[in-house]
Design a protein around this ligand. Structure first.
Ligand SMILES: Nc1ncnc2c1ncn2[C@@H]1O[C@H](COP(=O)(O)OP(=O)(O)OP(=O)(O)O)[C@@H](O)[C@H]1O
Ligand SMILES: [Mg+2]
Length: 338
């Protein structure tokens, strides 16, 4: 077999069948500390189809960012994917080398990082920062990449004449739009937005969410939206995943989760937003604290804070039960239909 035929065969065998565009299966990601391993993400599974938007929600520290960084294999030095699989568009990312991942990042999956609008380089023109990944991945000149940056500014609703302005010359909302432009720069199939609206005031939040919705439809993009704010997820996503202390406690369509939440944790999260359309508050009203993930407790991790706990909760890991088609809950209050 010729070298070309061998490499074509290798490429063919690399492709795998899986659900949707992205499928995360039984992902466990830990961080090493001197005291031991932080079990930040444990047995997490979800999938995103083409053009679909998935919300990832839960209190601070529940593992949302870690799950997202695992998908891109951009974990901090002490982070490890210890088990599970991440399948994207027919390829197993878990097995990819750093070089292999560099071909996927920005070009196929891009991410708006948490707090990113404040992470733009203050001493470089905004458009040049957007042009960088375009030059790197598309191999085009700076002037061509800047033309694309202007187009992207227009697409996200910033006057393209402002492309050479420094970040401090743009408002917070515009900086966030610029970050979205950067995420779109190389026409990815999937964008992960990690709290893309959290630092913005309510009016600007709404405009950014509208922009994301419009771009999703126009560009047929898949989107993972990370937020601790369930109202944001309800308004933006097709389906959602609720995480607590590294684990998924409930998942289903946005409609299931917001109109018919089942897990006591999801119900309490929703209660902390008394009117999801008008009032947005920080998730602070659930009594108690999440467990120490260096030594996660056995059984349901929410048990110590749960008003509805039963005898099994503190000792036995709850099974994942399908309470209605496509709506799953991991809680001892629910039993498999017999
Ligand atoms: N580099 C690290 N080393 C050790 N522990 C870490 C590291 N990064 C995150 N963690 C821990 O992993 C857990 C999950 O963190 P993560 O940042 O994914 O949560 P999050 O849901 O994104 O929270 P937030 O809403 O505050 O952004 C937390 O317990 C956190 O303290
Ligand atoms: Mg986070």
């Amino acid at each position: 077999m010729s070298a070309t035929a061998t490499s074509a065969a290798a490429k063919t065998t690399e492709r795998i069948e899986h659900e949707g565009l992205l499928e995360v299966r039984d992902l466990c990601t830990y961080f090493k500390l001197s005291q031991g391993w932080v079990h930040a993400v444990e047995d997490v599974s979800f999938s995103v189809s083409r053009g679909e938007s998935l919300g990832l929600a839960g209190e601070s520290g529940c593992g949302k960012t870690t799950a997202a960084l695992s998908v891109l294999k951009l974990l901090p030095e002490n982070g490890r994917i210890v088990s599970g699989e991440i399948l994207f568009d027919g390829r197993n990312l878990t097995k990819r080398t750093e070089y292999g991942m560099s071909k996927i990042r920005w070009k196929e999956i891009s991410m708006i990082f948490q707090g990113a609008m404040n992470a733009l380089n203050p001493v470089q023109e905004t458009g040049k920062q957007i042009a960088e990944p375009i030059m790197l991945h598309e191999g085009v000149s700076e002037s061509k990449a800047l033309d694309r940056a202007r187009e992207l500014f227009e697409l996200v609703g910033i006057n393209p004449k402002r492309v050479m302005e420094y970040p401090h010359q743009l408002s917070g909302g515009m900086r966030q739009r610029a970050m979205i432009a950067m995420a779109l720069a190389c026409n990815p199939k999937l964008i992960i937005g990690d709290e893309p609206t959290t630092a913005l005031d309510v009016m600007v939040q709404a405009q950014i969410l509208e922009l994301i919705q419009r771009l999703r439809t126009e560009l047929d993009l898949s989107f993972i939206l990370i937020s601790h704010d369930l109202s944001v997820m309800a308004e933006t996503c097709d389906k959602g995943v609720i995480m607590y202390a590294g684990k998924i406690v409930e998942s289903g369509s946005a409609e299931h989760l917001f109109r018919n939440p089942q897990h006591p944790y999801t119900r309490q999260l929703i209660k902390s937003f008394p009117n999801i359309h008008e009032k947005r508050e920080m998730v602070s009203s659930i009594q108690g604290d999440p467990p120490n993930l260096l030594e996660p407790p056995p059984g349901c991790r929410f048990a110590p804070r749960c008003d509805e706990r039963v005898a099994d909760c503190a000792a036995v890991d709850p099974a994942r039960i399908e309470v209605e088609p496509g709506h799953f809950v991991s809680c001892h209050l629910f039993k498999e239909a017999t």
